[in-house]
Write a protein that binds this ligand. Sequence first.
Ligand SMILES: NC(=O)c1ccc[n+]([C@@H]2O[C@H](COP(=O)([O-])OP(=O)(O)OC[C@H]3O[C@@H](n4cnc5c(N)ncnc54)[C@H](O)[C@@H]3O)[C@@H](O)[C@H]2O)c1
Length: 325
Amino acid sequence: MTRSLVTGGQGFIGGHLVRALLDRGDEVTVLDLRAAPGRALELHGLTDAVRLVEGDVADPAAVHRAIREAGSGSAGPDSVFHLAAQTLVGPAAEDPVATFRANAEGTWTILEAARDAGTGAVVVASSDKAYGPSESLPYRETDELKPAAPYEASKAAADVISRSYWPAFGLPVGVTRLANVYGGGDLNGSRLVPEAVNACLEGRAPQIRSDGSPERDYLHVSDATAAYLAIEQAVKDGPGRGEALNAGTGEPCSVREVVALIAAEVARTGGEPVEPEYLGDGVPEGEIDRQYVDASRLEGLTGWRPRVSLADGVAEAVSWYRKRN
Ligand SMILES: NC(=O)c1ccc[n+]([C@@H]2O[C@H](COP(=O)([O-])OP(=O)(O)OC[C@H]3O[C@@H](n4cnc5c(N)ncnc54)[C@H](O)[C@@H]3O)[C@@H](O)[C@H]2O)c1
């Protein structure tokens, strides 16, 4: 049986990943901050199916405890998925040091513990945000990382530090650079999709912070989870070691288009028609105007490709939030 540790398993993507790991028969341990009610494990009905270690990824004692509990005897876990992070762009700009502590120090703390324990595969969450603003799109893995804001820099730091552990220490580690992930189960109300879906379901106008023009690459969370598993396998097999791999649809989509799709889906399934309100003038400060990724390297290495169309993914998300409300 594979023993896996998921940091950030109480979060949006982590919760889905934990479910996928349990489905394939893993024994799963989660390291996350002290659980508030209604977090991912509870949402997915998995509280009793995993071992939960409450602690901070930047605290070596908590991380060593999690690695020990996730492993067997003196051996560490077979796989470590490191997703725990301060994930919001606005709070990162307000308190960069706290974000660097969670995202950069948290990453090297995990890497050191995984190195000590002799872990078989480590997969670390970077982000397409690590590339920073660029005129040259789609982002490719060969592009330089040019972060221009604290969240972007924190992810770029985690990305670079993680990849160095393969050549420097022989730690089998790979890095994910996912596009914008969406789908049922995201309780981060400040993100576009949850906010727009909830607003439309409640019959109020979604308040959009931009003029609707920013473009993103929207990846359904089931495809994101599959990308994690594909990258884990590529790390185990060899070609993913020391590599960062993009995962996205490769299709840019404007905020305006996504919100229109959401509003149309809510109306089609019996909700009130609503008109979004665009409050901003251009792109909100500190955010990137256009982002999408080329995922052909991941596809070439592993066969992974996105399976869920935006229309189907939006329908899944609307149905999930409707059931939850
Ligand atoms: N959601 C996206 O669109 C997206 C895209 C690309 C990359 N990512 C990355 O994927 C990972 C997961 O993202 P998500 O959307 O699930 O985020 P999330 O905010 O829903 O979950 C993050 C989890 O990490 C935990 N956490 C935060 N700081 C911690 C700390 N110091 N110690 C222990 N746990 C801590 C939180 O409690 C939370 O459960 C993150 O690393 C994020 O940067 C997310």
